[in-house]
Design a protein around this ligand. Structure first.
Ligand SMILES: Cc1ncc(COP(=O)(O)O)c(C=O)c1O
Length: 428
């Protein structure tokens, strides 16, 4: 692999190959850079002892809450009210208040939240929905499942969120667009000012995929509650994770809310009378009970993630690596909205990404690729007619990005170890 990098004011040309799991430097054009980088690293990399750093450790969150969670689960078991019911309603109210939504409905997953919303909006065959190809599959999968057509729009290379100029170009080009779906990827709000303005200009509703972003804030409001509607995932790895699958859909319009509420339960209202064709998208009471225990901790967990992101930044800079790897950006830092990024993932761009990940695995460090193949190149979307090269930034992100361990209980020692191992990788 051929890459050109800048660090400590020097530029370097490296040829690296991922041969036999280790990256070999074959050519190093500027010796002075090598000497400087090595001596900087020798000063700051203390070669800490080997340790295990998982990508995420849910035990550390569970143990302090265990007694309360088990008591709530026991209460649900004792009540034998297992699906929907008062615990779900209490949790819906709490999330609506938390993010500033008018209506909130607990459902069986983040995927089902999007699906029931698209169904309730009547989006279907012949309709186009704009979103990015650099997201989890469900974002576009749900569009196809209701018979509509996902139309992909490339991402902004800094935030990995939908590119506003590309979105405007797509709105100009297509006439039958029924929704814009920005994804607040990795927990960072998309450029909602511009996106909401475009939605208004073209008369298209903005539906937020906030699956990874409950708790992220924007000047316009809480992620998920800014556009006409939005959804959250409570998949266990999310900042607010259930004990299995669960999700929530939120919206502004009361008529839409009534449809969603009925359609999550086969469109049944009243019992055994079906005005609409819905599905079984109900949430279990146990999931709502567990999530209700966790919700009051969400802000402090997100603050913990933000603090760890800041510490990573400090470590990468101290080791002179901040110009070798690309760190995540915080587009609205300093504007008064500090937690617009709640770091569901801490994602860097890294030269020689696959070899780095393999080396980190050997070093006992969990690192993950979100996402290795953009959606426009997925086999199941071949009929949409996209080709390699159609969305260069999404394709580049898929090649270059790597998620590092981040969770509120991650220690500075562990973070120092992660960054030291990355420094050593580039030193080899
Ligand atoms: C961006 C995005 N959208 C949608 C989903 C779907 O959520 P769930 O896994 O709860 O169905 C996820 C889950 O990972 C996601 O990350």
């Amino acid at each position: 692999m051929w890459s050109r990098r800048r660090a400590s004011g020097f530029s370097a040309r490296w040829i690296v190959s991922a041969n036999s799991r280790s990256v070999k430097r074959l050519c190093f054009a500027e010796n002075q850079f090598a000497v400087t980088l090595r001596s900087t690293l020798d000063r700051v990399v203390s070669h800490p002892a080997r340790m295990q750093v998982p990508l995420l450790d849910l035990q550390l969150q569970y143990q302090p809450l265990k007694a309360r969670i088990l008591a709530e689960i026991e209460a649900v078991a004792d009540s034998q009210g297992l699906i929907l019911g008062p615990r779900v309603e209490a949790f819906e109210k709490a999330v609506a208040e938390y993010c500033g939504a008018s209506h909130a409905f607990g459902v069986s997953s983040g995927t089902d939240a999007q699906l029931v919303l698209l169904m309730a909006l009547g989006i279907g065959p012949g309709d186009l929905v704009l979103t990015t190809p650099y997201t989890f599959f469900a974002t576009a999968g749900c569009v196809s499942r209701v018979g509509a057509t996902p139309v992909f729009v490339d991402i902004d290379p800094l935030t990995y969120n939908i590119s506003v100029p590309a979105l405007e170009a797509a709105l100009e080009k297509h006439s039958n667009v029924k929704a814009i779906i920005p994804v607040h990827l990795f927990g960072c709000c998309a450029d909602m000012d511009a996106i909401v303005a475009l939605g208004k200009k073209y008369g298209v509703p903005v539906l937020e995929d906030a699956a990874q972003a409950l708790g992220a804030r924007h000047a316009l409001g809480g992620a998920g509650a800014i556009g006409e509607a939005g959804w959250f995932s409570f998949y266990p790895t999310k900042n607010l994770g259930a004990f299995g699958d669960a999700g929530m859909v939120v919206c502004k319009d009361p008529a839409l809310a009534a449809r969603i509420k009925a359609m999550r339960n086969h469109g049944m209202e009243p019992r055994y009378f079906h005005q609409w064709i819905g599905g079984n998208f109900r949430i279990d009471a146990i999931q709502a009970a567990v999530l209700q225990v966790k919700l009051p901790h969400l802000d402090s967990w997100s603050a913990g993630r933000r603090a760890r992101a800041a510490f990573y930044r400090k470590e990468f800079t101290a080791m002179g690596l901040d110009s070798t790897v690309t760190l995540p950006v915080e587009p609205w830092a300093g504007t008064g909205v500090e937690n617009h990024h709640i770091y569901n993932q801490f994602v860097i761009r890294a030269p020689g990404r696959d070899a780095l990940r393999a080396q980190l695995q050997i070093d006992g460090i969990g690192a993950e690729i979100y996402y290795p193949l953009p959606l426009h190149l997925q086999e199941c979307f071949a009929s949409l007619g996209y080709r390699k090269g159609d969305f260069p930034e999404s394709e580049r992100a898929a090649r270059e990005t790597l998620a590092l361990p981040i969770f509120p209980e991650l220690t500075e020692e562990q973070q120092h170890y992660v960054v030291s191992q990355i420094a050593m990788f580039y030193q080899r």
